[in-house]
Design a binder for this molecule. Structure first.
Ligand code: HEM
Length: 566
């Protein structure tokens, strides 16, 4: 009853707010009515196009663009955006007119972000952004810095493999999602703050919690953007919570910074990223004077930008390989020929594995962990004959572009071979995002600076997991060859696992046909599934058989995966 009252109350506040906002403020919508705007689906009063949006946003936008064209205008409550979904349109936006679309929009969370003045990812294209970007590319995430971290990556992957083996030996189920996320968090933690942090598991764990909470609250506050200027009143208290979480993060990071300052690194190679940033902070000669908040904010952004995305990519790659045993076999053979069975694959081996690289590229094409590139139009502009107003949020639907049948053969199929055959190899431009058909890391001056680090970790982890274990869907397991978005929409409410219900009972309830494949939960990530209900929990089992003889039993826990994204 209390829940019902709360929900009704929230709904009322929400609706009244909309009406007030509409009444009080002259909206962007009105201005768009008077210009040649991009096509727009029929909108409802107050909510605009909200009713077109399903739980998986990039799919909803893909469906809309199929009906209304590759550039569409949407009003969601008080929030207006254009969505681009074809390579030709995107080429204009982040290619030809990149200078107009180099800004990223502010979201509702910014008012409650304690390092408001220090953000890099949403910094305007000005001296501060240019300075941070330069140190990112030349010092923090440069090839030299990454080479220095090879040992860290190798050790953390080794730990992951040990955990898998140990769980097998103890006969315990394994939460792949949790283990892989811990690994990526540890890698970033150690690269950023060195062993001083990673040795203390508590600190690494604390950071993981803060990042998760910051992401969750940030998303909730962004949804509040629909309320327009009223979102500043923090009607649901998410902003207040964000401030508290960030306050705790700040305290923890200040402690780590002080520790670094006390044990100043005299290593000629320059120490970890925190050491490099502190060195710049102390130096008066740089064109931009860094503050302590700049450093903390940048570090938080690296965690937010990196950890989850790498982990998601690894899980999707594994899921696709499990679902395509012939491709798994082909990859295993490639690794066996080069590395053999007596040693573990190393970072430096990856260049000798074209098929492994193709598997990762194809995974990122089908399941881009960042399904949207978000930019903002900085002047009243014209794209393909349509007017876009200054300040309009511009969403590039990377997911739709990378599944566009005009650019890709059998776009919804997992076919790594498309990246390993000769015709594609000399299209390297595509891979770097310059052809605008393949954009998992964005493109141009605001493209992802962490792409090399991310690819290093994904290649080495997927390679090691394939080299060391046989991954087969258990015959009891629910396994699908569709991605999770199809999975969630086809199961809906009737398939929520009841409390106390065993996996077997749950599976029986789903009434799957013999031989039908259903993808395991660990794979259910792709930017949007966090809308799934809390109690949705499918335990999916996989058998792991180690190449060198031992057998493991793994359970993918969907609930845990999704909690990760909450
Ligand atoms: C698989 C993993 C990753 C994916 C798929 C990914 C994807 C992306 C995408 C799509 C963008 C926006 C690009 C654009 O606007 O054109 C971006 C930006 C960014 N990424 Fe990544 N990223 C990944 C990993 C990382 C890592 C590991 C780091 C750093 C540790 C990182 C740091 C950043 C930063 C700082 C930006 C903002 C750059 C700027 O505004 O100049 N990312 N990433």
């Amino acid at each position: 009853m209390a829940d019902f009252t709360n929900t009704t109350y929230c709904l009322l506040v929400f609706l009244i707010s909309f009406v007030l906002v509409r009444y009080i403020f002259k909206t962007r919508v009105n201005r768009y009515n008077s210009i040649r705007s991009p096509p727009s689906p029929p909108a409802l009063p107050i909510i605009g196009h909200l009713h077109f949006l399903g739980p998986i946003l990039h799919r909803s936008f893909q469906n809309l663009s199929r009906r209304f064209g590759p550039l569409i205008l949407l009003h969601i409550g008080e929030s207006t955006c254009v969505v681009a979904s074809s390579a030709a349109v995107i080429k204009e936006i982040i290619g030809t007119h990149e200078n107009i679309f180099s800004y990223r929009p502010e979201f509702g969370s910014v008012d409650f972000y304690i390092y408001k003045e220090s953000r890099f990812v949403t910094a305007e294209y000005g001296p501060y952004w240019r300075f941070m970007r330069k140190i990112c590319m030349t010092k923090l995430l440069s090839g030299t810095q990454l080479n220095k971290c090879t040992d860290i990556r190798q050790q953390e992957i080794g730990r992951l493999l040990e955990s898998l083996t140990k769980s097998y030996e103890e006969g315990k189920p394994i939460d792949i999602s949790g283990l892989v996320t811990t690994m990526t968090n540890n890698i970033i933690c150690r690269i950023v703050m060195s062993t001083r942090c990673s040795d203390s598991c508590d600190e690494a764990e604390e950071i993981k919690k803060f990042v998760k909470e910051t992401l969750k609250l940030g998303r909730l506050l962004s949804v509040g953007d629909m309320l327009g200027p009223l979102s500043k009143f923090d009607l649901f208290g998410h902003g207040k919570k964000l401030k508290v979480v960030m306050g705790l993060f700040d305290k923890l990071l200040e402690g780590i910074m002080k520790e670094h300052e006390e044990n100043r690194c005299h290593d000629k190679r320059g120490g970890d990223l925190m050491d490099v940033l502190l060195e710049i902070y102390r130096d008066e000669n740089f064109e931009v004077k860094l503050t302590r908040n700049d450093i903390k904010s940048f570090i938080l952004e690296l965690f937010v930008a990196g950890t989850d995305l790498i982990s998601t990519s690894i899980q999707w790659a594994l899921a696709e390989l499990i679902n395509h045993p012939n491709k798994f076999k082909k990859l295993r053979e490639e690794i066996d020929v080069v590395v053999g069975k007596s040693r573990l694959l190393q970072d430096s081996d990856v260049t000798a594995f074209p098929y492994l690289q193709a598997v990762v590229k194809e995974t990122l094409r089908l399941h881009p962990p960042a399904p949207f590139i978000i930019r903002q139009c900085d002047e009243d502009w014209n794209i393909k004959g349509f007017n876009i107003m200054k300040g309009t949020r511009t969403l590039i639907n990377v997911f739709a572009v990378m599944r566009d049948p005009d650019s890709w053969n059998q776009p919804d199929k997992f076919v790594p071979e498309r990246f390993s055959n000769e015709s594609f190899r000399h299209k390297q431009k595509e891979i770097k995002g310059q052809g605008f058909h393949y954009l998992p890391f964005g493109s141009g001056r605001r493209g992802c600076p962490g792409a090399s680090l991310a690819l290093n970790v994904v290649h080495a982890t997927v390679g090691a997991m394939v080299q060391c274990f046989d991954w087969n869907a258990n015959k009891d397991g629910v396994v699908t060859n569709q991605d999770f978005s199809c999975y969630s929409s086809s199961f809906e409410v009737s398939s929520i696992k009841d409390k106390g219900e065993t996996t077997k009972e749950f599976i029986a309830k789903l009434d799957l046909k013999t031989g039908q494949k259903v993808l395991g939960g660990g794979c259910g990530i792709g930017g949007g599934d966090f809308y799934m209900p809390d109690n949705f929990g499918v335990m999916v089992s996989f058998n792991l058989e180690r190449a060198i003889g031992c057998k493991c039993f793994v359970e993918f826990n969907v609930t845990k995966c999704m909690q990760m994204l909450r």
